[in-house]
Design a binder for this molecule. Structure first.
Ligand SMILES: CC(C)(COP(=O)(O)OP(=O)(O)OC[C@H]1O[C@@H](n2cnc3c(N)ncnc32)[C@H](O)[C@@H]1OP(=O)(O)O)[C@@H](O)C(=O)NCCC(=O)NCCS
Length: 167
């Protein structure tokens, strides 16, 4: 049975070991996954596991600057278990938690080469925000990271949770 739980600090080690493989060989383990996220974003970050093995994870947080916004920083599922709804489960759980915190929208960002991620976010109800350039027909924000790399910016509105904390 697959269970969903909060991310723990120690999840950092098994996740960095599989991350490059999960990202199709892109070297994301060091650049994307920082231990600080595993320590300090636990209330809004989740793991799906089966028999103690991590099959998927999501790192997200509520914006400290804009409390009505939540942000999904990274998501990954085991390539052997894709297309089975794990990414959807992680995202929908995050939407519920963010909405309960009083957030009205969720933001996310992806690399324009990551067509799978663009398709996944579109399927999860995200709109692509206008950018200042286009790559393969997709609006991107050029030089997003200050090092020349463009990014696709996403936003998804959330239903208001009537019992939510005020943002
Ligand atoms: C993106 C990712 C998390 C999707 O995980 P998943 O477990 O396969 O997702 P799900 O099975 O829950 O799919 C959810 C929906 O997205 C769609 N989807 C997922 N991946 C897709 C793809 N590559 N192409 C087209 N649609 C896709 C599914 O068809 C599904 O649609 P539906 O629920 O309406 O039928 C996974 O492919 C992954 O880990 N990729 C590598 C890491 C990555 O790029 N992360 C994102 C950037 S941080």
């Amino acid at each position: 049975m697959t269970t969903l739980r909060h991310l723990k600090t120690n999840d950092y080690y098994p996740i960095v070991q599989v991350a490059n493989e999960w990202w199709g060989g892109r070297p994301v383990a060091e650049s994307l996954l920082k231990k600080v996220f595993f320590e300090h974003f636990q209330p809004t970050s989740f793991v799906l596991e089966q028999d103690g093995e991590i099959l998927g994870f999501l790192i997200g947080f509520r914006s400290q600057t804009h409390p009505a916004q939540a942000y999904i920083y990274a998501v990954g599922t085991d390539p052997h278990h894709r297309g089975q709804g794990m990414g959807r489960s992680l995202y929908e759980h995050f939407f519920t938690v963010a909405s309960r915190l009083g957030c009205s929208e969720v933001l996310s960002v992806t690399h324009p080469v990551n067509r799978g991620s663009i398709a996944f976010h579109t399927q999860m109800g995200f709109e692509i925000l206008p950018g200042d350039a286009e790559i393969d027909g997709v609006a991107v924000t050029a030089n997003y990271d200050g090092r020349g790399s463009a990014r696709v910016l996403f936003r998804r509105r959330l239903e208001r949770d009537p019992g939510a904390e005020s943002a």
